[in-house]
Write a protein that binds this ligand. Structure first.
Ligand code: PAZ
Length: 401
């Protein structure tokens, strides 16, 4: 099926998300406001998507993404003067509040109760005012100021999604709304979008049952019949009456093609991410995506090293460029494996004759290599975003020539 056909087949088959009209009107007024002042606007996508197994969803498939890349990048874009549409998985990390949310950074750990003072207006004489603990004052003030600046100056629009279908509908709507921005629009697609989903005509309406339901209760119109749910052949020997669940997923239409060819504004810059776990294929996969969709940049990263290194894969020289947080300034990461930093580049070099490109690996601090409120180490987004802004500037200049 041609891309346009699979696009209409997809969008005709699914009801649009209920919030779409509201999000559209928010996006339009946000974009109009920034078109007026000729400001650049970046659409940052962030977090994972769910793939529901039932129409009335009890169970769904999800992925690991917490939205750290997206939320952190959004802050650096704001610092660079961009307005940000933060298109994120609901309840994933948000710019600024990410510093004080979720279990690793619980906001309560940053607070104390001060001693009661006569000036403090409370009915209980032993109640002191709640205050930020002394050692976090500077950091929190800095984050708070930046957050308030973004809010007061209408620089940040938050649009949530949950399922992969909501993601696709909203992405199309947002990209089309961005048309008036022309080359001032930047797409930074950091969300981890599922590659697979269950088409509507094969999706169970109700909660999938793990044991047999008597015939008189079961609905023959169910998209997923009992026989489709369970396979195996060992059922009779099983001590339990539970069934296996076999899920048959279809590929999600390749929305990036539609974004590049039709939804996005003329002259805009499109940046996608490629995540892999195998260092041997990362650069190859990023190059393949760049060729297939003919957009402007693929940022490749490995699951195990994504907080410390990424590779910029571009259609023009230098084609492959590694960006790394210097060793002495790498943050600790529970899931990360520091020993694997450099493996993907080494694997690529073993397969070709590209010279190493690791000036970023030296420990000398560089201009712009700062970080917002990171309690330990530097954030790699503090290196990624300024580089990206330079590429976007070059594109705008070329477009206007
Ligand atoms: O959200 P997070 O910070 O935990 O992870 C970020 C990421 C690895 C999802 C992102 O950098 C990325 O690679 N996104 C694209 C994934 C893909 O579709 O290949």
């Amino acid at each position: 099926m041609a891309h346009a056909d699979s696009e209409s087949a997809y969008f005709n088959n699914y009801p649009p998300p209920k919030a779409l009209p509201k999000h559209e009107s928010l996006a339009k007024s946000f974009i109009d406001y920034h078109v007026e002042s000729n400001r650049r606007v970046v659409l940052v996508t962030s977090g994972g998507t769910t793939v529901p197994l039932e129409n009335q969803t009890v169970r769904f498939i999800d992925n690991f993404s917490a939205g750290t890349r997206g939320a952190t990048s959004a802050e650096y874009f704001l610092q660079e003067g961009y307005a940000v549409i933060f298109f994120h998985r609901q309840y994933s990390l948000l710019p600024y509040s990410r510093h004080y949310s979720h279990s690793t950074n619980c906001f309560l750990d940053f607070m104390d109760e001060a001693s009661p003072t006569p000036l403090y207006n409370s009915n209980n004489s032993d109640h002191g005012p709640i205050k930020v603990r002394n050692k976090y004052q500077d950091e929190m003030r800095d984050v708070l100021r930046k957050y308030r600046y973004a809010k007061q100056n209408n620089r940040l629009l938050l649009i949530p999604y949950t399922t992969v279908s909501e993601y696709l509908f909203e992405l199309r709507m947002l990209a089309k709304c961005m048309k008036p921005l022309g080359p001032n629009a930047l797409f930074y697609l950091a969300a981890a979008v599922s590659d697979f989903f269950i088409p509507r005509d094969r999706m169970a309406e109700h909660k999938i049952q793990s044991s047999e339901i008597p015939k008189e209760f079961s609905n023959n119109d169910e998209a997923v019949g009992a026989e489709d749910i369970y396979t195996g052949g060992f059922e009779q020997k099983q001590a339990t009456s539970s069934k296996k669940l076999v899920v048959n997923l279809d590929p999600v239409p390749k929305f990036l093609q539609q974004l590049v060819d039709g939804w996005s504004p003329e002259g805009s810059m499109i940046v996608s991410f490629k995540l892999e776990t195998d260092p041997n294929i990362l650069v190859y996969k990023a190059q393949t995506a760049l060729k297939r969709y003919a957009h402007h940049l693929v940022i490749g990263n490995l699951l195990s090293t994504r907080k410390w290194e990424v590779v910029f894969v571009t259609p023009d020289a230098p084609y492959e460029r590694w960006i790394r947080v210097p060793k002495s300034r790498r943050s600790k990461s529970i899931s990360g494996v520091e020993d694997q930093v450099g493996l993907a580049e080494a694997a690529k070099r073993a397969g070709s004759q590209i010279a190493p490109s690791t000036p970023e690996d030296d420990d000398t601090p560089k201009e712009g290599d700062g970080h917002i409120g990171a309690r330990e180490g530097s954030e790699i987004e503090s290196l990624i975003i300024p580089e990206l802004v330079k590429l976007h500037t070059n594109m705008i200049v070329k477009f206007n020539q």
